[in-house]
Write a protein that binds this ligand. Structure first.
Ligand code: NAD
Length: 252
């Protein structure tokens, strides 16, 4: 039996990487996927490829009105909202000494504030749909620090604890809405292309990143999407406010 039959899932950052891989799984499992992204060309092309069970909506996750429009379009086209994946994200290399105020704001606006706005907009629609499941992508860098990723670590740590608040609030209000965070290691998507291309000493960027993982390789977007699928589905019905790590052993 399909694991997401008749479930409607809104995916921020759905045009690329982990979000796009999740959209494919949602459709494979009998659900509907709304690809919400600021990259209109890539998002529309993927929605066209996926067919009638997919819809593209333009979304800048930092804009509250845009979230409301995206949720309204989802409900208008597919009749409800049962799942939200907050996957839109940006990364930048910096330390506490060289991070500019503008960089800090941009990374935290997309990763943390965008996740806050997404949860808020989705809860209103999920309440009307009888409940749902929210999955927020944090990172291993939301569980531990890194000397090269100051603003990113701050934003992903915020996502981790925002998730726990949403879970506890929805449980207390008896909304039948669960919320969990996912913490990937390094996953081979366009986001880390600059890191793969930059040598670290004598080592290629790819080799250096692969060696961080005890499994000796980068993760694939589909491997994270499988974990997200479990969290979106009723198979994870007793999990809320929890951290789900998918990192090839990096944090072990
Ligand atoms: P990706 O670059 O392939 O996809 C990110 C998507 O987010 C893109 O389609 C981009 O257009 C979209 N986006 C960026 N800013 C946006 C905005 N303001 N509004 C709407 N959409 C916006 O990257 P990915 O690796 O698939 O990343 C997905 C999530 O996973 C991110 O939150 C990222 O921080 C997280 N993550 C990635 C890795 C990794 O190694 N790739 C590791 C840990 C966590």
């Amino acid at each position: 039996m399909p694991r997401l039959e008749n479930k409607v899932v809104l995916i921020s950052g759905g045009a690329s990487g982990i979000g796009a891989a999740t959209a494919r799984l949602v459709l494979r499992e009998g659900g509907k996927a709304v690809l919400a992204d600021r990259d209109e060309a890539k998002g529309k092309a993927l929605a066209d490829e996926l067919g009638a069970a997919a819809l593209f909506v333009a979304l800048d996750v930092t804009q509250e009105a845009a979230w409301q429009k995206a949720v309204a379009a989802t409900v208008a086209v597919f009749g409800g909202l049962h799942g939200l994946l907050n996957a839109a994200g940006v990364g930048v290399r910096n330390s506490i000494e060289d991070c500019t105020l503008e960089q800090y704001r941009r990374v935290n606006d997309v990763n943390a504030l965008g996740t806050f706005l997404g949860c808020k907009a989705a809860i209103a629609a999920m309440k009307q749909s009888g409940g749902g499941s929210i999955v927020n992508i944090s990172s291993v860098l939301g569980l531990r620090g890194a000397s090269w990723a100051m603003a990113y670590c701050a934003s992903k740590g915020a996502v981790r604890l925002l998730t726990k608040h949403v879970a506890l609030h929805c449980a207390q209000m008896k909304y039948n809405i669960r919320c969990n965070s996912v913490h990937p290691g390094y996953i081979d998507t366009p986001m880390i292309a600059p890191r793969l291309a930059a040598n670290v000493g004598n080592m290629s960027g790819r080799q250096w990143l692969e060696d961080l993982h005890p499994l000796g390789r980068l993760g694939r977007p589909e491997e994270v999407a499988n974990m997200i699928l479990f969290l979106l589905s009723d198979e994870s019905s007793f999990s809320t406010g929890s951290e789900f790590v998918c990192d090839g052993g990096l944090t072990a």
